[in-house]
Write a protein that binds this ligand. Structure first.
Ligand code: WTA
Length: 635
């Protein structure tokens, strides 16, 4: 019986039961099987839920880049670690071997050291999907610096908030990025952000689009000449198992983003284990995850989980629609991709296009298809299964979160029978629970409730950067002694899980988590606006789209004019990024509120979904009269 290449459902249940009966030996065995430890752990798991504090592989010493790179040099040195596929299909793809990756990471690490970056310092990375992005993550990890990658589609305001929250002293960016037929002025966005970041002393700039940019003397430096000069070996910093590896921001129910902290050993073991298990990776496979490294999916499965297994991982700079809607399929054919991992929103967008876009390419290399980020609807699942997998590739609908580090609930290919819209069964070591409204665990099958996790796992987030109280409050206070995910789920008669969506104020738009509060805060900055409320409504490509109900001020400024909707979306773009723009805006004179003044989003959601027959009891509202008015004006 192998913990990894589980062969059938019976074996899955055996491994699963073992992992629950004795989680410590289970995770110990996995840690022993595969990795390079500089010192063995003293204890596999220690935790205290009251704080809450979790320590995995306590006492162990390691460097994650030795596990992701050095370990593979002997035996796999010439094997391709990263295939870089550029935005423009006429630009040549680059194959970076493990030997070359080692050299590039060491050089980059030495440049960081030369600029005074030390163990524990925070480094902000704001880069497009080019090789320097994974290399910079690994360079930070090499020297024990904590990386904080900010998705390069975020605005300058979002960027400076994140830089300041974690006190980054250095920013790594590029002169710009390609996005299909367009270019984006990343350096300009960084310059604007840094006006509000006095702590940043150095900006390292990668040349990608060769645009004219301004370089601030003493602060901004082109990276390439520094790399050319740098030494190509760099002794890895030996880290404690629980030293922070990175911070990654995710949206929360309140305005400020949460800097989720992951630590070294547990993160490594968990992402490596789930990568191998869920994608059934075999030595010469080519794995492609289309996520951006600015999100957790990219961190865990393009970079750490893949490289820890000595895999070949594709890094794609482009978008699915450029130069046409066949691009994904062209890349699969070109690089003979075996495992393909993408988001339902991309599948839905491509499913709308003509079938010959996928039909023109040879997709026979594919073995496994993955989905992540939001519930996959039945239609999209079948399209993916029929046209891409040719009914021959298991689809792994993987449920997990930034906070969990890796996949938690997912079929295991060839073992778990799949059913569209079901993430199916927990991976070994994962103990889900569904809770009712009173906080009691719902036992047995055929139940639905709030999805929690009732036992620690190595990849779990350890804290929110600089705010441990918020960590406790957000994840460990709703249900005592359980980690609360923020999602709702049901368990069917066979024990399969189906994730039904967020139950908090986070809305998933095109696979991106967006908190309603920061968007409302941005809108309220507009001089004409007095108050606003955002809810989601179903959208056939994005999954959800945003609907804003906005009250204008009773002043001259507060009149509706032609440009007002545009200006509101503009202000959202400036504060957060274009991903948070509203699809629908309705100006209203009141918002439904409880007697304690809380906006009743449930009612707004129903109106946005055009499901007003079931509004429920509105008589307890402070201002029930506004509901009819909102319904009459719905767009
Ligand atoms: C949602 C992405 C349904 C869920 C890895 C979760 C999903 C949030 C699935 C985390 C899935 C992710 N089915 N919903 N297979 N995968 N989600 O932090 O609401 O960007 O809580 O991590 O995405 O999003 P995050």
């Amino acid at each position: 019986m192998s913990n990894y290449h589980i062969k059938n459902l019976e074996e899955y249940f055996q491994v699963y039961r073992k992992s629950i009966r004795d989680p410590e030996s289970f995770w110990e065995e996995i840690a022993e099987e595969n990795f390079l430890w500089r010192k063995r752990w003293d204890k596999v798991l220690e935790y205290d839920l009251s704080k809450p504090e979790f320590s995995w592989y306590k006492g162990a010493k390691l460097n994650i880049t030795e596990n992701c790179i050095d370990r593979h040099i002997y035996g796999r040195g010439d094997k391709t670690a990263i295939i870089f596929e550029p935005n423009d299909p006429s630009e040549k793809a680059e194959h970076i071997s493990y030997n070359q990756l080692h050299e590039r990471v060491c050089k980059f690490a030495n440049v960081l050291l030369d600029h005074g970056v030390k163990k524990g310092d925070r480094v902000c990375i704001y880069l497009p999907m080019i090789p320097e992005l994974p290399v910079s993550l690994l360079a930070c990890a090499r020297i024990g610096a904590i990386h904080s990658v900010v998705f390069a589609g975020f605005s300058s305001t979002a960027l400076h908030t994140r830089i300041n929250d974690s006190d980054c002293k250095i920013v790594i960016t590029s002169d710009g990025s390609y996005r299909g037929g367009k270019t984006i002025d990343l350096k300009g966005i960084v310059d604007e952000a840094l006006e509000s970041c006095p702590g940043v002393k150095t900006v390292l700039v990668v040349k990608r689009i060769n645009s004219e940019i301004s370089m601030k003397p003493n602060r901004d430096k082109w990276l390439q000449p520094l790399l050319d000069e740098a030494n190509n070996t760099c002794v890895p910093e030996i880290m404690d198992a629980e030293d922070p590896l990175f911070i990654l921001y995710t949206s929360g129910s309140t305005g400020k983003p949460k800097g989720i902290v992951h630590t070294t050993a547990g993160y490594m073991v968990y992402t490596a284990y789930t990568f191998k298990n869920v994608f059934q990776y075999r030595e010469n496979d080519v794995f492609w995850c289309t996520a951006d490294i600015g999100w957790i999916t990219g961190h865990s499965y393009i970079v750490y989980g893949a490289l820890a297994n000595g895999a070949t991982t594709v890094l794609f700079e482009g978008i699915p629609s450029y130069p046409d809607f066949g691009r994904f399929w062209e890349v699969i054919q070109k690089h003979k991709v075996n495992q393909f991992y993408t988001a339902p929103t991309a599948i839905r967008a491509l499913a709308k296009e003509r079938l010959d876009f996928s039909g023109n390419y040879d997709l026979s290399s594919l073995k496994i298809l993955g989905s992540v980020g939001e519930p996959i609807n039945e239609e999209a699942w079948h399209w993916y299964n029929d046209n891409i997998g040719k009914k021959n590739c298991p689809i792994v609908d993987t449920w997990w979160q930034t906070e969990t580090a890796g996949i938690m609930i997912s079929p295991i290919p060839y073992s778990t029978p799949t059913i569209p819209t079901y993430a199916t069964l927990p991976l070994p070591g994962v103990q889900p629970a569904l809770m009712d409204e009173n906080g009691d665990e719902l036992k047995g099958n055929l139940v639905s409730g709030r999805l929690c996790l009732k036992f620690p796992w190595p990849g779990m987030a350890r804290t929110i950067w600089g705010n441990h109280d918020r960590f406790r409050e957000t994840y460990f206070s709703t249900f005592k002694d359980f980690y609360f995910t923020g999602d709702g789920a049901l368990r069917d008669s066979t024990g399969y899980y189906r994730i039904t969506g967020r139950v908090d104020d986070v809305i998933i738009v095109s696979g991106h988590n967006l908190g309603t509060a920061p968007i409302e805060d941005a809108i309220n900055e507009h001089p004409a606006v007095s108050e606003s409320a955002i809810v989601g409504f179903p959208h056939d490509v994005k999954g959800n789209a945003l609907y804003g109900f906005i009250i204008l001020k009773e002043t001259g400024e507060g009149r509706v004019h032609d440009n007002l909707r545009k200006e509101i979306n503009q202000i959202i773009t400036e504060h957060i990024g274009p991903i948070a723009k509203l699809d629908k805006i309705q100006f209203v004179t009141g918002l439904p509120k409880t007697r304690s003044g809380k906006i009743m989003r449930r009612i707004l959601r129903k109106i946005a979904e055009n499901d007003t027959d079931n509004l429920g009891d509105i008589s307890t509202l402070l201002n029930p009269e506004c509901v009819q008015e909102i319904m009459d004006g719905a767009v």
